[in-house]
Design a binder for this molecule. Sequence first.
Ligand SMILES: [Zn+2]
Length: 307
Amino acid sequence: MSIQRKFIKSLVSVSLLSVTAWVQAATITVTIPPLAGMVAPILHQDDRLNILLDNGVSPHGFQLKPKDIKTLADSDLALLVGTPVDAWAQKVANKAAHQASMVDVPNLFVLQKRNHFAWVIEQAHEHHHKNYNYDGHLWLSYQNTTAFIEAVSKQLMQIHPEQAQYYQARTQHWLAQLSQAYQQVAKSLEPYQNSAFLVLHDGFQYFEQQFSLKGVGALRLNPEMAPSLKHILALRKRMSEQQVQCIFKEPQFPEKNIQMLVKNQSIRVGELDPMGSLWAQSQGYLNYDDYLLTMGKAFSECLGGQR
Ligand SMILES: [Zn+2]
């Protein structure tokens, strides 16, 4: 073989390799960081993962920027919660090659929106869907999360059948790891099932329900609107009636109304980050086992008086 032929042959094999790599890598775009934390551990190292929601920003009332529109539309797979929480992405997500929404998983576990006294949620929160009457924070349900991971795994296997075994093995391993984290959180929160607390907005109902926690009210009835003085006074009354131990702020919302609530009262202030993005710092998301464990720790520390 001449030197020239050798050279051509190596060029051909190099380009074949790069074509193969290009074909196998999938671009996955998620709306909110917790969805990234669910699927990142099953992805191939060449797959690319984009998150649309910026760090420290609330998804309620979010709007897509032009560069995000292109990222989402050009994706091989768009992942959504599929409730009003990320309805801002739905139209563009329909242009992606494939998409999956949590709201579509089989046997979806749903909780009704809370409407008793301190939990009244105004219509504006859910103005995108007319007949929408359940709580849209589906990613805080472990059951919905594991069902979604399985659904996404199946989609990835269809998109890249040559890597089906890889995705399947990663998924099984990941679900086992998640189950361990779930058990650990359940155990750590057992002592606090009767400790009443308030949250900043009503985003944690699924978490509260699965670990039998006692949330008794939210500061913001509508996540996009500051609370009225009347509501703050009603909550202060409820705090003494229910012996509230702790109130949780959130990085996505201003803190000043919390100060009005806790003024002259011995109530601890904790912090919950439903997006997990600030807890995650530079990476932008926490793998969902760490997300669960970190949220569990935020609850146990505040309810247990370590904060
Ligand atoms: Zn929310």
